[in-house]
Write a protein that binds this ligand. Structure first.
Ligand code: ATP
Ligand code: MG
Length: 570
């Protein structure tokens, strides 16, 4: 497997500030728009420079982030009607907001995940409302579309819409990605802005919007179908039944549980976890949902908490603790509710959901969490815009991006409603990228790419892409990747490697959308990404107990034909 990805140098980064640790692990697929063109920035800079250089004049403090609502003049030019749809999971919040979007002349849906953006684009197009899809790694344009479904980082704050939706708005409190939700909340220019999410976010949103002059309406929702917490634990895997979803928080445990359940000889398990390619997650979910498929049980991590429509009858927590990147801790109330709420989806074949734990000692925490309200959100994430960093860099040309970012993080002035985003992942990339002869916009772009620097293969991939780009201005995929060498993984370690290769290819596609001429092999990267997910899925089907070959084959497309199909794109 390693032969397929030729990564020459190891990544090393030092001096990442320990004070920047946050709760969430990954920065995720970020993409801030560079809202002002560089030429405009220079104009702005020249106007502001006089403040910072002349002795008696007031100094312009670039780290003053106390009025972020003023960063978005288009949104401030009108009074928006902001409609909050607040309630527990499965209460019809998104559905109602989407109804409004569908009937509006133009609009945008902003979701936290690619899977949600895909689902919304599909739903609108099916309803004969042409809808584009734009995520960090996809651009699907439909003729005549006036609607767009995006991942929140891609929200356009320079256009005007009749209707806009920000889904899972409570994520504005997320340590790493929250700032993208804040940006969308403050920056989207729309007549109507619909916000869907947890009621815990209501007071903070009201507080934030006090200064924007927007009109706010709050609608509270009730769950559409009952969710019943069980008094008895599952106890043994022999009690597993069709429609169950077992939740655990490590990849290794997911495979262990899948094997254990399948070895019982009664059920086959689909799996869903964060580092699986999103298209694989969707296909695993589809198999589980399909009543005629043999995959009738799901083993999943909290990646099922958002974004997938699943026919789950019962959620079973195998543990109430998870490792969050820093420590092993108990699940929080919102986490328990979000995951448990997946059982008994309204309109699915299991209209009543049940929830329990594998072990009896975990039941008290499950019950108390389900009965408690989520703690009220206190503040929203914020991140300095590129414009501010660029202007600061003009005054301090000796500073690399790492130093600029660290300066902003340490010195940012914020009002009580905001916290500065956890930039640890960004700083790790900055430390590597600062070594290369690149301008600030390029460095910033690489820093916001969806790279997992804790994954060795991914971080090496990013380093190599950036080095080639800095040295030659053009990055051919074949320099680091040999097509045709991917194989079905035989071990869990090989599977993990294939997932990482998928991430590197995904990163190439992401870069190709921002630096089109320098990353010309998008098609090859995309076809190899598809190949990775097919091989991963093949591994998943082979794992564990196997039904007689003839029956299994009937429900599967032979891998060889998939290979042939993919090769057509090479
Ligand atoms: N009025 C309705 N008519 C038909 N189906 C509905 C209606 N309201 C909701 N649904 C369906 O019920 C399911 C749950 O609705 P929805 O996704 O809007 O819930 P939600 O409150 O946004 O949940 P979550 O917090 O999990 O995102 C969806 O499959 C949706 O299509
Ligand atoms: Mg929803």
């Amino acid at each position: 497997m390693a032969a397929s990805l030729i990564l020459s140098r190891r990544v090393s980064y030092v001096g990442v500030s320990r004070t920047l640790h946050g709760l969430a692990g990954n920065m995720g697929p970020l993409c801030l728009h560079l809202e002002l063109k560089v030429a405009t920035l220079v104009d702005v800079f020249d106007k502001t420079k006089q403040y910072s250089s002349s002795s008696g004049a007031t100094k312009f403090d670039f780290t003053d982030l106390t009025s972020p609502h003023t960063w978005y003049p288009k949104a401030r030019s009108k009074q928006r009607k902001v409609i909050l749809h607040m309630g527990p999971t499965n209460s019809g919040k998104t559905h109602n907001a989407l109804k409004r979007l569908e009937s509006s002349p133009s609009g945008i849906y902003c979701g936290p995940l690619r899977l949600l953006a895909w689902e919304v684009a599909k739903r609108l197009n099916k309803a004969n409302v042409p809808c584009d899809l734009i995520t960090g790694q996809e651009r699907e344009e439909i003729d005549g579309a006036k609607h767009t479904a995006v991942t929140v980082e891609m929200a356009d704050v320079t256009s005007h819409y009749h209707c806009a939706i920000i889904d899972e708005i409570q994520m504005l409190g997320c340590k790493t990605r929250g700032f993208s939700f804040t940006r969308a909340l403050l920056g989207i220019s729309a007549d109507e802005l619909h916000l869907c999410g947890d009621p815990a976010a209501v007071p903070l949103i009201q507080e934030i919007l006090k200064v924007t002059g927007d009109h706010i309406e709050v609608n509270f929702y009730e769950r559409l179908s009952p969710l019943v917490p069980m008094k008895v634990p599952l106890g043994s895997f022999s009690n597993i039944r069709t429609g169950d979803c077992i939740v655990t928080f490590s990849r290794h445990k997911i495979y262990k549980l899948k094997k254990e359940i399948e070895n019982g000889g009664k059920h086959l398990c689909s799996v869903v976890y964060g580092s699986l390619p999103p298209e694989t997650r969707t296909r695993q979910a589809t198999k589980f949902n399909d009543a005629s498929s043999e995959f009738d049980v799901l083993v999943a991590s909290d990646a099922i908490g958002m974004g997938l429509n699943l026919n789950i009858s019962r959620i079973i927590f195998s543990t109430m603790k998870k490792f969050d990147g820093f420590e092993k801790r108990e699940l929080t109330v919102p986490e328990v509710k979000q995951i448990a709420g997946r059982a008994g989806r309204y309109g699915s074949k299991f209209p009543v959901g049940e929830v329990t734990c594998l072990h009896a000692d975990d039941l008290p925490l499950l019950h108390s969490s389900l009965e408690s309200p989520s703690p009220t959100l206190e503040s929203a994430g914020l991140f300095p815009t590129f414009d501010l960093m660029y202007m600061y860099s003009r005054l301090h040309p000796e500073c690399g991006l790492y130093q600029i970012l660290a300066h902003f993080v340490e010195n940012a002035k914020l009002s009580d409603n905001y916290f500065i985003a956890n930039c640890e992942e960004v700083l790790k990339v900055a430390a590597v990228i600062d070594e290369l002869p690149l301008g600030l916009p390029d460095k910033y772009r690489f820093c916001l790419s969806p790279v997992d620097m804790d994954d060795e293969i991914s971080s090496q991939g990013l380093t190599q892409f950036a080095q080639s780009y800095a040295n030659t201005g053009i990055v051919r995929l074949r320099e680091i990747f040999t097509p045709g060498t991917l194989k079905v993984p035989q071990t869990e370690a090989a599977l993990k490697e294939l997932e990482s290769i998928h991430k590197v290819l995904d990163l190439y596609v992401w870069l190709s959308f921002r630096l089109e001429e320098s990353f010309p092999d998008r098609e090859l990267a995309s076809s190899q990404k598809s190949m990775c997910s097919m091989l991963i899925e093949d591994f998943l089907e082979r794992l564990g107990w196997q039904k007689p070959r003839s029956k299994r084959l009937a429900s599967r497309t032979p891998l060889t034909s998939l290979f042939r199909k993919t090769r057509q794109f090479l």
